[in-house]
Ligand binder design. Structure first.
Ligand SMILES: Cc1cc2nc3c(=O)[nH]c(=O)nc-3n(C[C@H](O)[C@H](O)[C@H](O)COP(=O)(O)OP(=O)(O)OC[C@H]3O[C@@H](n4cnc5c(N)ncnc54)[C@H](O)[C@@H]3O)c2cc1C
Ligand SMILES: *[C@@H]1O[C@H](CO)[C@@H](O)[C@H](O)[C@H]1NC(C)=O
Ligand SMILES: *[C@@H]1O[C@H](CO)[C@@H](O)[C@H](O)[C@H]1NC(C)=O
Ligand SMILES: *[C@@H]1O[C@H](CO)[C@@H](O)[C@H](O)[C@H]1NC(C)=O
Length: 485
């Protein structure tokens, strides 16, 4: 504990000395924001520390300046300040990037913290929701509920920001039957690199609209979205089917799961994923396979449609009833968001998600494999395959490979990253190709710009590079993994 705190203390002293005496660029940008009446979080203040504190504590960076606009013209002025002083600019919405890209992904950015642009208004006639880009998923979900019992498919964590989430995908417990968050984007208002306010939609600036839906952070600062909404599902069955499996059980069990999710036996309404972690978490030998998800429909239908998978999996043994998970719970839509977020397996440690760790402490790894594709998934039909720059529409699985220690532990000497990447290598060797990557699960280790971009946007990268030249020739919006020029 003392080690972690002393490290942070030294870092913040260093930053203050630097900003106070030697970094004239920082002073100039701050002066420019002041002259333009753009609200800011000034270095050295608690607001600056809060605004620049990353979700992933392993990746700490210090911005040159932080603007906290409350109007679109503040955003325009802030972008101009960055551009004129040659400082890279990036938006921050919810700050949940695993690569700490919301604070730049490196030192020295002008961060535009959009937290004040957070209104949510649902039109009572069209049911179109107008949402500020700095709103959080939880606040948006509550507002949609209050203003007419509406919903939009999106991720599970209430504090994730609408801006970062929707511009790069956004999957959740409604994706298999309703698609991604970005499939519901009808129109977006952005501030471009030359500080113009531009609307992008299917009919206005369609190329920019295509690029924003998958690679948004490389092109503009989104300030306001218009979303199509859908009625909340009447009933959702949240289910948990936990196993602790030995290696032979796991091999067969994985095959059983894959066969089920890739078959027509799984109806559209069956949103399912598996969370893998070490059995040591619960004092058991083997690996935890927690199958869980949300079935949109009645309990009787759930029982009917899960049966082919459940019966075969149960026959393998290892059912972990001692984990005391509820079997299946019938809930309304809003409760489903709350319950899903309270999955005990995902949050076993206080502050657990904040630091990554290594093979010294393999008890902390957690892999979440979401079966969002498959023959009955709407993923490949809700939007045409190339109608957005999001490139992974035909994928069956979305893997999230995570490793973590609690915030009071010191960072382990042997990093877990090589250990995790070794697994990716094995899978890729079997598949005989490099796999795609999801920018919302940003991985700074896959390289910069082009190297990363061909993984994040396979098949679409060259077109994105062309559009980057059109919309941001000077590279105002750049982090280590943005689309190259
Ligand atoms: C606890 C947790 C749970 C998660 N759950 C899910 C989940 O269920 N499903 C899922 O799909 N993903 C999930 N994610 C991943 C999440 O979707 C991404 O981290 C997302 O990018 C976060 O958006 P943000 O606005 O909170 O982050 P930020 O760090 O603020 O931004 C992320 C990136 O988007 C850019 N950006 C943000 N706002 C704008 C804007 N207005 N205009 C232009 N660029 C912008 C930033 O510059 C940065 O590059 C989860 C992440 C965490 C940490
Ligand atoms: C998408 O693909 C179709 C068929 O290959 C093609 O006709 C169309 O022009 C493409 N659209 C875009 C926006 O690339
Ligand atoms: C954090 O992890 C360390 C090392 O595993 C452990 O000793 C400590 O008790 C944990 N602290 C909390 C608050 O869980
Ligand atoms: C801003 O950039 C866009 C895209 O390059 C361009 O179409 C527009 O004319 C520019 N506006 C101004 C005011 O320079």
């Amino acid at each position: 504990m003392s080690q972690l705190f002393s490290t942070l203390f030294v870092l913040s002293l260093g930053a203050q000395r630097c900003l106070g005496h030697s970094d004239s660029r920082s002073e100039k940008v701050i002066q420019c924001l002041t002259t333009s009446n753009v609200p800011q979080a000034l270095p050295g203040t608690p607001e600056f520390a809060k605004s620049s504190s990353p979700h992933n504590l392993r990746l700490q960076f210090t911005p040159l300046a932080i603007a906290v606009p409350s109007t679109v013209s503040h955003v325009q002025a802030a972008v101009a300040c960055g551009r004129e002083h040659g400082v890279k600019v990036n938006a921050k919405s919810g700050g949940h990037s695993y690569g700490s890209h919301g604070i730049g992904g490196e030192n020295g950015h002008l961060v535009i913290d959009l937290k004040l642009l957070n209104e949510v208004v649902v039109d009572p006639c069209t049911h179109i929701a107008t949402v500020g880009s700095g709103a959080k998923l939880g606040n948006m979900a509550i507002a949609l509920d209050v203003q007419g019992k509406r919903s939009i498919p999106h991720g599970l964590c209430p504090k994730v920001g609408v801006g970062g989430h929707v511009l790069h995908g956004g999957w959740g417990y409604s994706t298999h039957n309703h698609g991604l968050f970005l499939d519901y984007l009808e129109e977006v208002q952005v501030v471009t690199a030359n500080s113009s306010v531009v609307t992008a939609s299917k009919t206005q600036n369609p190329d920019l609209f295509w690029a924003l839906r998958g690679a948004g952070m490389s092109f503009a600062i989104a300030t306001r979205f218009k979303f199509r909404t859908i009625p909340q599902p009447a009933e959702i069955q949240l289910f948990y089917i936990p196993f602790v499996w030995t290696l032979p059980q796991a091999k067969t069990g994985w095959r059983v799961f894959q066969d089920y999710v890739a078959s027509k036996a799984r109806p559209k309404e069956m949103n399912i994923r598996v969370v893998l972690s070490s059995g040591a978490w619960v004092g058991a030998e083997g690996t935890i396979f927690l199958f869980e998800g949300a079935y949109h429909g009645s309990k009787a239908d759930y029982e009917l449609f899960i049966q082919p998978f459940k019966d075969t999996a149960m026959a393998l043994g290892g059912f972990a009833d001692f984990l005391n998970y509820p079997d299946v719970t019938s809930v309304g839509y809003m409760d489903s968001l709350l319950y899903a977020n309270n999955n005990a397996l995902l949050y076993p440690l206080p502050d657990a998600e904040q630091l990554e760790s290594g093979p010294d402490d393999q008890i902390s790894w957690l892999w979440i494999v979401s079966a969002i594709g498959g023959p009955n998934s709407v993923m490949s039909t809700i939007s045409a395959p190339n109608s957005t720059s999001y490139s992974h529409r035909s994928s069956l699985f979305l893997w999230e490979l995570g490793d973590q220690v609690n915030a009071t532990s010191t960072y382990p000497s042997k990093a877990g990253i090589p250990w995790v990447n070794q697994f990716v290598d094995i899978v890729e060797r079997k598949e005989g190709k490099k796999l795609g990557m999801y920018y919302n699960y940003a991985d700074p280790t896959i390289g910069d710009h082009g190297a990363a971009g061909r993984r994040y946007w396979p098949g679409n990268y060259e077109r994105l590079v062309g559009l980057k030249k059109v919309w941001d020739e000077g590279g105002v919006f750049e982090n280590p993994q943005t689309v190259g020029r």
